[in-house]
Design a binder for this molecule. Structure first.
Ligand code: NAP
Length: 248
């Protein structure tokens, strides 16, 4: 059984890592997939063909999620191309780590802009088609760092904690319209983002994870399939940790 048959999903930041895995899993489950990328143009352009191989409709858009106007245009373009949007996955994100004492204003502003403002931009714009359809599922990618904090990531942790507050508020505001809003909090997932970290240190961390390994992007994508599908139609305002038990 395909869990997302004929649903129309928009995934931000799908050129690499978790976003790419989500786009592929969604196509595999029968969804039509619109997705965005920004700097990885070649990878973004190549993904559409990979998705279409599942026999679904797919289209990539080069769009900066942190830009309010571009986000609004993106939603309008996706609705024009696909008809509506059933599922929005706010996945695009960056890190610019550093201890607070050394953190520049630019490091703070850019992480808040890309990780948190993007979620406001896209969610605000998508409520229009979702309210018209009287249904929708919004999934925001937060992090366990947004729940417990992390030394060297005050900007990132603040952006991810902000996403949780936003997600719960939207759930309260739009529940009566049958629009659900949930967040996924991955722990340590092996992607380019975590590939930048010191290898010896990451091996030590893995030992502290109850499941004794880092997670795979596909394992986060599976949680997205659940929250996008009708299997979760009575679930809203929640933060689902996909962390191997790291934060328990
Ligand atoms: P990644 O491999 O670095 O990929 C990030 C993606 O976001 C890329 O496709 C990138 O596109 C896109 N992106 C960045 N800025 C953008 C912008 N302004 N507009 C549109 N797209 C933009 O990261 P990842 O590990 O897959 O992480 C994905 C999400 O999961 C992020 O929100 C991250 O914070 C969260 N997360 C990751 C982990 C982990 O362990 N990896 C843990 C917790 C949470 P381009 O390359 O085309 O610019």
């Amino acid at each position: 059984m395909s869990l997302l048959q004929n649903k129309i999903a928009l995934v931000t930041g799908a050129s690499r890592g978790i976003g790419r895995a989500i786009a592929l899993r969604f196509a595999q489950q029968g969804a039509n997939v619109a997705f965005t990328y920004l700097s990885s143009v070649e990878k973004g352009e190549a993904l559409a063909a990979e998705l279409e191989a599942f026999g679904i409709k797919a289209k990539g858009y080069r769009s900066d999620a942190s830009d309010f106007k571009q986000a609004e245009e993106l939603i309008n373009n996706v609705v024009a191309d696909f008809g509506t949007i059933d599922v929005l996955i706010n996945n695009a994100g960056i890190t610019k780590d550093g201890l607070l004492m050394r953190m520049s204003e630019e490091q703070w502003d850019s992480v808040i802009q890309v990780n948190l403002k993007s979620v406001f931009n896209l969610t605000k714009a998508v409520t229009k088609p979702m309210m018209k359809a009287k249904s929708g599922s919004i999934i925001n990618m937060t992090s366990i760092v947004g729940i417990r904090g992390n030394a060297g990531q005050a900007n990132y942790a603040a952006s991810k904690a902000g996403i949780i507050g936003f997600t719960k508020s939207v759930a309260l505001e739009l529940g009566s319209r049958n629009i659900r809003s949930n967040a996924i909090a991955p722990g340590f997932i092996e992607t380019e983002m975590t590939g930048e970290l010191n290898e010896a240190a990451t091996e030590e961390w893995k030992k502290t994870i109850p499941l004794k390994r880092g997670g795979q992007a596909e394992e986060v994508a599976d949680a997205c399939v659940f929250l996008a599908s009708d299997m979760s139609k009575y679930i809203t305002g929640q933060v689902l940790q996909v962390d191997g038990g790291m934060l328990t």
